[in-house]
Ligand binder design. Structure first.
Ligand SMILES: Cc1ncc(COP(=O)(O)O)c(C=O)c1O
Length: 390
């Protein structure tokens, strides 16, 4: 029986836990890597109000990077401050609420990358000026566009394009440009040390080194050009996988990070840092179909992203369990193979890690909190508070 089995013996699986000691250690590691620049917490990767509050209470964390405007409005109504909605919104109802609420408009910043976004915000006739942040494409492009790494998001890529949009914002009396954001997902979200594939690892490192060099120049020039037109309060970049690299850029004033707090499986293979798995879920063994195989209840918690094995939860404890090739992580039942299966009895638990961070919270109402050898309470997830924003 492992420590988590002992501590949670009274709970009925399926349930999810967050190890607060690991969470705090991961937070401290993010702060160390950020070297004095503030970390804006990516709330999508936490999706639990009290854990957002826990991290924000630590020196080194400041502000929220939210994923929808309804979420941002809710967070502000709950006392959170300085909330950047990091993805464009076309939610007219939420925009109307923002436009009519000066306090929310004071705390919330909307992301824009096109005149259509500006038109939409203006169409709600805000009573106070709405804070906006310009999103810059930080992807890596080579060979005249034939090679591309990074997220497909903003069409704004050059200093000239950024200046054009910044001028457009400047002409609109209801908008105020307060920030720039450029998320280099090809560095922050791609581990540079994939196991068992040295060629791929080398290719990733070469791409990331080139992308870093290109971005230092381009992001620097964009920030300089836009600062001539607007008083920027922040320039946001990076994510869990790139914190120590992103903060080295002078143009960047803050980094974003969230996944690093739970340290899910997709962040296991980076050379620059190590984290401690802090979020796990336990499923009960409900059958023993034969030698070397057990079946647990539920488990089909695939992560978003390109479909494939990397998006599956990882059987974590006991070690050495693997999925059935035909069934994978199942909707209501998941068979698991391996020698460890023969030591499991019906009613025992198997512990898993999710591939990503906050998505786990869409499957559970509650996170049971563990410190040392005891249960320290529980915290509702967003879902547990009836808030399923995405
Ligand atoms: C805009 C933006 N910034 C930062 C991040 C990094 O978040 P995390 O630290 O959870 O990987 C993401 C993740 O997708 C993002 O979309």
């Amino acid at each position: 029986m492992n420590r988590y089995d002992r501590v949670t013996a009274a709970l009925e699986p399926p349930f999810a836990v967050v190890d607060l000691d690991a969470f705090d250690a991961n937070a401290a590691e993010l702060v160390r890597r950020a070297r004095g620049k503030p970390i804006r917490i990516a709330s999508k990767s936490v999706r639990c109000r009290s854990l957002l509050e826990r991290a924000l209470a630590l020196p080194g964390f400041a502000g929220i990077m939210a994923y929808t405007l309804p979420e941002a409005l809710w967070l502000v109504s709950q006392g959170f401050r300085d909330v950047l909605v990091a993805y464009p919104t076309v939610d007219r109802s939420a925009l109307a609420v923002l436009a009519a609420d000066p306090r929310a408009a004071w705390e919330i910043t909307l992301l824009v990358d096109s005149p259509e976004h500006l038109d939409l915000i203006e169409s709600t006739h805000p009573t106070t000026r709405i804070r906006v942040c310009l999103d810059i494409d930080a992807g890596y492009v080579a060979l005249g566009g034939r090679v591309r790494a990074g997220a497909r998001r903003s069409p704004v890529r050059t200093p000239a394009q950024a200046v054009t949009l910044a001028r457009d914002i400047g002409r609109r009396r209801t908008l105020r440009l307060v920030g720039l954001m450029a998320y280099e997902g090809q560095i922050a979200g791609v581990g540079d040390n994939p196991p068992g594939n040295p060629l791929l690892a080398r290719a990733i490192r070469v791409m990331q080194a080139r992308s870093t060099r290109e971005l230092i120049r381009r992001r620097g020039r964009i920030v300089q050009a836009v600062r001539n037109l607007a008083e920027l309060e922040f320039v946001n970049g990076g994510g869990t996988g790139s914190v120590e690299k992103t903060v080295r850029e002078r143009a960047v004033t803050e980094v974003a990070a969230g996944s690093g707090l739970y340290h899910p499986r997709l962040f296991d293979h980076y050379t620059g840092f190590r984290g401690t798995p802090a979020a796990l879920f336990a499923l009960p063994v409900v059958r023993r179909p034969g030698p070397g195989v057990v079946t647990v209840l539920g488990g089909g918690y695939h992560a978003s992203g390109p479909p494939g094995p990397s998006r599956l939860p990882q059987p974590h404890h006991p070690a050495g369990l693997r999925y059935d090739g035909n069934e994978g992580a199942g909707e209501v039942q998941t068979p698991l193979h391996g020698p460890a299966a023969d030591r499991l009895r019906i009613g025992d638990r198997v512990w898993f890690r999710h591939a990503k961070a906050g998505e786990l919270c869409e499957h559970f109402d509650t996170l049971h909190l563990i410190t040392g050898d005891s249960l320290a309470g529980q915290a509702p997830t967003y879902r547990g508070e009836g808030k399923t924003f995405l």
